[in-house]
Design a protein around this ligand. Structure first.
Ligand SMILES: C[S@@+](CC[C@H](N)C(=O)[O-])C[C@H]1O[C@@H](n2cnc3c(N)ncnc32)[C@H](O)[C@@H]1O
Length: 208
């Protein structure tokens, strides 16, 4: 997408809230990989998605600086819960500043361990956005926790085009995403759509 077209899309979409602007600004100042943040357009997609399905329980794997968590809150029921998991404990202080809604439950730890503690929970939406090498593992762990008729969203599934570039065939993160994309494509329990937005986001619907 050209910068001009991106600017046009921004200008004709809902503006970022002050909190999201603050998170983006601080992420640029304080972190070494600010590009990991969902950003305004994808964040708005997540917020719209949440408004459409009005979830009661959301799970996010990969909090980073809390941008997407605050977007996913958009349509969450008043008495709902959003659980978000982050491995990097250095982000905890900043997250306490920006995860202000009392419906948010932050879990600091490795997702594979935290998910075992949440095993009896049911979720309407799961957003997978952590280590690309572990997407298949996250999917297999969360699948039983998603209610029939619920959703899994997976970020970065196009991975800057590397998923179809032979130069990246030996790259572990690319391989992780290729395995994940192939698994989803062959899984008859779900409907799926790979959207080319930003770095690719896959919408996965668990058939009732
Ligand atoms: C791409 S960023 C998440 C971006 C965030 N969802 C957003 O859109 O603003 C990925 C995050 O996942 C975290 N992460 C990586 N592996 C993890 C794991 N095994 N368990 C929990 N978090 C993990 C990283 O520390 C990083 O903060």
């Amino acid at each position: 997408m050209t910068p001009e077209l991106e600017e046009y899309l921004f200008a004709h979409s809902t503006k970022q809230s002050a909190l999201l602007q603050y998170i983006e600004q601080k992420t640029n100042q304080l972190t070494t990989h600010p590009h990991m943040l969902s950003g305004a357009l994808q964040g708005e997609l997540l917020r719209m998605f949440s408004l459409m399905i009005k979830p009661r329980r959301i799970l996010e794997i990969g909090t980073f600086t809390g941008y997407s968590a605050n977007c996913l809150l958009g349509g969450l029921a008043c008495d709902g819960e959003l659980h978000t998991i982050e491995k990097n404990d250095e982000l905890e202080d900043f997250l306490s500043e920006v995860l202000l809604d009392e419906r948010i439950h932050l879990h600091i730890g490795d997702a594979k361990e935290v998910l075992k503690q949440l095993i009896d929970s049911q979720f309407d939406v799961v957003f997978i956005d952590a280590d690309k090498r572990e997407y298949v593992e996250y999917y297999n762990l969360v699948f039983p926790m998603v209610r029939p008729g619920g959703w899994i969203l997976a970020d970065n599934t196009v991975w800057d085009g590397h998923i179809i570039d032979p130069l990246y065939n030996n790259d572990k993160q690319t391989q992780g995403l290729q395995h994940f994309n192939d698994l989803i494509a062959g899984d008859d329990r779900v409907e799926k759509l790979m959207l080319p937005m930003r770095d690719g986001i896959t919408l996965i619907y668990k058939k009732p």
